[in-house]
Write a protein that binds this ligand. Structure first.
Ligand SMILES: Cc1cc2nc3c(=O)[nH]c(=O)nc-3n(C[C@H](O)[C@H](O)[C@H](O)COP(=O)(O)O)c2cc1C
Length: 196
């Protein structure tokens, strides 16, 4: 099996950043034979659990399934478009669900931000374990809500594929090239609106 040269995927930075952050990227070619252990999955969810959140409101919820399980299949069938072509090879799928209200029905204003933080924690933990993740916004939100019988204040926001890098040749050519193309970002100057 040929795999992507991971050094080619390293972020180019104008100042040093933590290695795990520099090496994180989102592959689509996952090894369909690789598995994550139950313990690894627990580590990922623990990392997510310990993310910061506004007033410690902890609005992120998770539905996680390893490949071969019913939960995996129930998430997978509601991925949209091309996501359904590559994500089934991942070792696990983690559906991130935002609790938009607290127990008293008050809107949690920073709930999406907090859930994003939780999933960022999960991504970094995955990389620390030698895994890769790929978040997907392309999911059928209403269908997933129905699939898992979620009340209206629990809203699926992303599904994240977790696994081991696979052979890009398994992807259609258009996506294969993206697997090895240089990674790009806007220049820092464009993002930082003010700085002293
Ligand atoms: C909230 C969110 C939604 C995304 N949705 C999709 C998706 O539906 N399908 C997909 O292939 N990639 C998706 N991505 C992956 C991004 O395209 C990817 O993170 C971005 O191009 C930067 O690449 P990198 O993660 O390799 O640095 C999503 C990423 C995020 C954070």
């Amino acid at each position: 099996m040929t795999t992507t040269d991971l050094d080619d995927r390293r972020a180019e930075t104008t100042a040093p950043i933590e290695e795990l952050l520099a090496m994180r990227w989102s592959p689509r070619a996952f090894d369909p034979t690789a598995e994550v252990t139950d313990e690894q999955l627990t580590s990922l969810l623990e990392a997510a659990r310990w993310a910061a959140s506004a007033q410690n409101s902890q609005p992120a919820r998770f539905i996680a399934g390893r490949r071969g399980t019913t939960t995996f299949d129930r998430i997978e069938r509601h991925l949209m478009g091309f996501n359904r072509a590559w994500a089934p090879n991942a070792s696990a799928l983690v559906l991130a669900v935002v609790s938009t209200e607290d127990a008293e029905g008050r809107t949690l204003r920073w709930a999406e931000y907090d859930t994003g933080q939780a999933m960022a924690n999960l991504a970094v933990q995955a990389h620390a374990l030698g895994l890769h993740v790929h978040p997907m916004g392309g999911i059928e939100v209403a269908a997933l809500q129905a699939e898992f019988d979620l009340p209206q204040q629990l809203v699926p926001i992303t599904a994240t594929a977790v696994g081991t890098i696979g052979d890009p040749v398994t992807l259609p050519e258009r996506y294969r090239e993206r697997e090895t193309a240089p990674r790009t970002r806007r220049p820092l100057d464009e993002l930082v609106l003010a700085r002293d």
